[in-house]
Design a protein around this ligand. Structure first.
Ligand SMILES: C[S@@+](CC[C@H](N)C(=O)[O-])C[C@H]1O[C@@H](n2cnc3c(N)ncnc32)[C@H](O)[C@@H]1O
Length: 243
């Protein structure tokens, strides 16, 4: 039986079949970046996340990782500027970042070295694998910044703001925890407003213009810079996990 197209939606290992449509690798890595990947990535592991290493899906030991620190999660950190910024501003928090694009991971590692932050862990892969192993109610803040827009209607179901992603995220989040979403795509705002509340979140807006203002502790990301150069308007949405 070919493992490429499993009939029951699972790999032979038991791992569910999760299509990933983004890029895993871009153009060649610089020598220095290859060095960061070889030397630093393993020591920044949050624990056993992949199906290969953890077929029983045993939850991560967050105490061993970050002690008593609250844990935040960044989904798709891209080049990592926001993650390092938050880690440096919030030394009393531990931040786990997930990003399957290896060039982005290498960029983050360079920034971690430069900033000297120690309160971070990296899963160089799909956040859905991370959701399997996060203890329920363990995430105190989550960031989804400029997620892949998938502009074609037939691709909207690939967007992060679908129940496939939002329900496991909600389960992993602590009641009252904050979920921030930034996007420059109007239709992505529509889908976010429709889908995120269905997964058990409320939108924290005091007025209709609330989405225009970035957060006080914000640092603009690479994709936001691109959006601004191309004359698209950032939208900042803040949700709270109910419960
Ligand atoms: C448009 S980029 C934005 C990157 C960054 N947040 C920024 O604002 O510059 C979206 C990122 O999400 C990542 N991504 C897509 N699907 C993901 C998934 N299932 N788990 C983790 N990251 C994912 C992509 O690899 C990509 O780097």
């Amino acid at each position: 039986m070919s493992d490429q197209n499993p009939p029951d939606g699972k790999h032979q290992s038991g791992a569910p079949w999760r299509n990933f449509y983004g890029r895993l690798k871009g153009k060649g890595l610089r020598k220095s970046q290859e060095g960061y990947l070889e030397e630093d990535l393993e020591s920044l592991s949050p624990g056993k996340v992949s199906w290969e290493d953890n077929p029983d899906r045993t939850p991560l030991d967050l105490k061993a990782l970050f002690g008593e620190k609250p844990m935040w999660l960044e989904i798709g950190f891209g080049g990592g500027e926001h993650m390092v910024h938050q880690a440096a501003q919030n030394p009393d928090v531990g931040i786990i970042g997930c990003e399957p694009y290896i060039n982005g991971v290498a960029m983050l590692l360079g920034k971690i070295r430069k900033a000297g932050v120690e309160n971070v862990a990296i899963h160089p892969g799909d956040v859905r694998d991370m959701f399997d192993v996060l203890p329920d109610g363990s995430v105190e803040k989550a960031f989804l910044l400029y997620p892949d827009p998938w502009p074609k209607k037939r691709h909207h179901r690939r967007r992060f703001v679908t129940q496939e992603h939002l329900q496991p995220l909600a389960k992993a989040m602590k009641p009252g925890a904050i979920f921030r979403v930034a996007t420059d795509i109007e239709d992505y705002v529509r889908q976010t407003m429709e889908e995120v509340p269905k997964a058990g979140f409320e939108w924290l807006a005091e007025g209709p213009e609330d989405w225009r203002n970035s957060w006080d502790d914000w640092i603009s990301t690479r994709y936001e810079q691109k959006a601004l150069r191309e004359d698209r308007t950032p939208h900042y949405m803040t949700f709270r996990r109910l419960g």
